[in-house]
Design a protein around this ligand. Sequence first.
Ligand code: NAD
Length: 264
Amino acid sequence: MKIKDKVVVVTGAASGIGKALAARFAKEGARGVVCADLNETDARAVAAGVGGMGMRCDVGQEGDMNALVVAALEKYGAVDIFCSNAGIIGRHGLDASLKEWRRTMDVNFMAHVLAARAVVPVMIKQGGGYIVATASAAGLLMQVDSATYTVSKHAAVAFAEWLSVNYAERGIKVSCLCPQGVRTPMLLGPTGDRKSFLSEGSVSAEDVAAKVMEAIETERFLILPHPEVAEYELRKTTDRDRWLGGMRRLRAAILTDPNMRGLD
Ligand SMILES: NC(=O)c1ccc[n+]([C@@H]2O[C@H](COP(=O)([O-])OP(=O)(O)OC[C@H]3O[C@@H](n4cnc5c(N)ncnc54)[C@H](O)[C@@H]3O)[C@@H](O)[C@H]2O)c1
């Protein structure tokens, strides 16, 4: 799909990848960029910077998601591309509370379902549309130090695949973004100096946005800003026991080296 003159909605647009996506869509000539985030102040600031519309939206809330799509339609008359990008992470094992599990599943997974329910009928009526779901390499592989993140991102990938299969003939294109480390507040912390085993080999949010543009233009499903993830996934599916052994060694390294901490 060509991006020029399209109306785009980005969730999680106040920071990191979402912010970079909003800027890049504007640069590519989108005619409307809607920047949605829980952080309304920063969403509005990003929108002002790209000449778009900013609004508060909690992507885990059905009412907020529906209101986002309605607001985009009222302002621009269409939604051509919807980037379901907002996400959260906590470092959680079996100690994660049910509340933490539910919140992570709501934001990292159910938000994609709520987005699709709100926007797919609109896109079908328009004659087609594009959904970009931000999952993570952890949705194909694993976030060793977070069960909630791993499971919610696997669900996000599964839903994006399901949507692609079931709605292609009604004109809905789907891409699924699965990066490893991206230098955003999620990886680097609010002050930008947090150490993580994912920092090495990490890419910028702008690099990721460029890959998303390419994928939309060429209509490719899987977006891998770190191409090695394809090789890791191949190894996982070829010999799962060997792969699990490798992940156990990675876990041991993370536990013994404070500089090897993952996302939180
Ligand atoms: N940074 C990485 O290394 C990395 C790697 C793989 C995947 N991802 C994914 O990329 C996406 C963007 O993350 P980022 O790295 O830009 O992080 P970030 O923390 O910089 O930005 C996330 C944004 O999402 C917003 N948000 C959180 N909960 C929300 C909610 N309920 N409703 C609306 N907005 C909400 C936050 O306010 C924030 O502005 C996430 O889905 C994340 O899981 C990030």
